[in-house]
Design a protein around this ligand. Structure first.
Ligand SMILES: NC(=O)c1ccc[n+]([C@@H]2O[C@H](COP(=O)([O-])OP(=O)(O)OC[C@H]3O[C@@H](n4cnc5c(N)ncnc54)[C@H](OP(=O)(O)O)[C@@H]3O)[C@@H](O)[C@H]2O)c1
Length: 229
């Protein structure tokens, strides 16, 4: 019998994270999905997939919740760890106009906490498994033009932190992916975004699966094409 794959998706209560969970369940995977609180959407999905979906509670900014999850994952090897959680604040602002707290919140949630979660959970990922983090096309410093300036800086910081992580763990065989999903209609992306969730997430999952067994860090769009750092 073929081995069942397992994915852990951090930040799966709604939007792209929820869609990742639904996509992998539809492909016959086991999925561990985390939310900060109760998610009616995830609970409804668990009743459709009682044997293959496990819901856990994690706030990536609360390190104790990440450590507690790590302990509960003992003996449950992961094929994919996908950190999806993220926030966007003060999207029209610049450093001259933004509330400092908004920028600090994004740096914590979008950059520091995801990489901390990766550090804490990396030994739960199988040797040839994949660690993916949702970044953004806006994380590219080379392409930056001021759109969502503060958010975009937090995703550039995420990319930089993962570059450092890859250097420190150069002996690991994990595929390390910084994933740019396109501009998608979610609560964060808004109604003007170019893509539906269905136009993005199946391609994201294809791309993550295509990178299995390919060690090293890559910054990729949903078509598996490299983006300029
Ligand atoms: N939509 C786009 O166009 C787009 C484009 C590029 C990149 N992205 C990235 O894709 C990811 C998902 O975005 P989305 O559009 O689906 O946004 P969304 O609809 O606002 O959903 C954000 C998700 O992140 C979770 N989250 C936020 N802070 C968290 C924390 N401290 N701990 C755990 N979970 C947390 C939220 O949980 P709660 O329900 O508890 O708030 C929610 O599940 C983000 O990293 C975003 O930056 C989105």
């Amino acid at each position: 019998m073929a081995k069942e794959n397992t994915a852990l998706v951090l930040g799966a209560s709604r939007g792209l994270g929820f869609a990742l969970v639904e996509e992998w369940l539809g492909r016959g995977w086991r999925v561990i999905a985390t939310a900060r609180g109760r998610s009616a959407e995830l609970e409804a999905l668990a009743s459709r997939y009682p044997a293959s979906l496990l819901i856990e509670t994690v706030d990536i900014n609360n390190v104790e919740t990440v450590r507690a999850l790590r302990a509960r994952l003992s003996g449950r090897p992961l094929d994919v760890l996908f950190v999806n959680a993220g926030i966007a604040r003060a999207i029209e602002e610049s450093p001259a106009s933004a509330a400092e707290a908004d920028f600090l919140d994004m740096m914590l949630t979008n950059a520091f906490s995801p990489v901390r979660a990766v550090e804490l959970l990396r030994d739960r990922v199988v040797d040839d498994g994949t660690i993916a983090i949702m970044t953004s096309e806006l994380g590219s410093i080379a392409n930056a033009q001021g759109f969502w300036q503060l958010y975009s800086s937090s995703k550039a910081a995420l990319n930089a932190l993962m570059k450092g992580y890859a250097g420190k763990h150069a002996e690991d065989r994990h595929a390390l992916l910084l994933v740019a999903p396109g501009w998608v209609r979610t609560e964060m992306g808004g109604g003007d975004a170019l893509l539906s969730i269905e136009e993005s997430i199946p391609l994201v999952v294809d791309m993550v699966e295509a990178n299995r067994g390919k060690p090293g860090l890559r910054y990729l769009d949903r078509f598996n094409q490299p983006l300029p750092w």
